[in-house]
Design a protein around this ligand. Sequence first.
Ligand code: IPE
Ligand code: IPE
Ligand code: MG
Length: 236
Amino acid sequence: MGGLPRHVGIIMDGNGRWANLRGLPRVEGHRRGAERTKDIIEASLEIGIDVLTLYAFSVENWRRPDEEVSTLMELLKVYLSKELFALLNRGIRFRVIGDRSRLPEEVLAIIEEAESCTHSGSRLTLVTALSYGGRDEIVRAVRGLISAGYKPEEVNEQLIDSNLDTSGLPPVDLIIRTSGEMRLSNFLLWQGAYAELYFTETLWPDFTKEEFFYAIQEFQRRERRFGAIMPASLRS
Ligand code: IPE
Ligand code: IPE
Ligand code: MG
């Protein structure tokens, strides 16, 4: 069995369908989905994952109806203010990746507060991908390098990597996506170049700690090769 993933990313999908199936408004699905994150954060602390990245809102999600967007932002604000103390208490460092310039001011303020007061958390880095798109992140990084005056020959993978929103974090080892969709939807495109993928039909509001542990075990059974040849012991 392989070791634990250092960095796990989750595409928390299926909130809307979960609510539809129950005849509830989509926002109820989002509310339940936000509750689920607590268990998964707890589970990550239990087993000693270093970084957990949760995809909460994509750049493309800005195209959803205004009402859904504002409810999601409101939910995030309430959730963060309620949970801030718990994050601090548990030694969790909170960080947001994504295009902050599009976030409402009050959301930005609470995010910045959470980031600064949890700064010294060392048990787990909890990253929330908010107004996030992998392509958008790369474009912003490249623009930054151009305005800083880098010459073409100075640009390499390491430089780009250290100018992404995830600067300083290890690459994502395992990406989990719920709700049966088998796509990345612009999540950690650069960082996930060699990530193992775990897809499940479970809708995000139904995703449990047990299934999270199952996904981790599945990861541990995978043979990661990073382009190298298969070890003789595995060749048939
Ligand atoms: C995921 O659930 C949460 C966000 C994208 C904000 P969805 O809202 O995409 O739920 P489905 O995919 O419509 O079921
Ligand atoms: C991806 O889910 C984004 C998040 C889970 C935050 P979407 O529901 O937006 O993705 P698509 O549209 O099905 O690809
Ligand atoms: Mg969806």
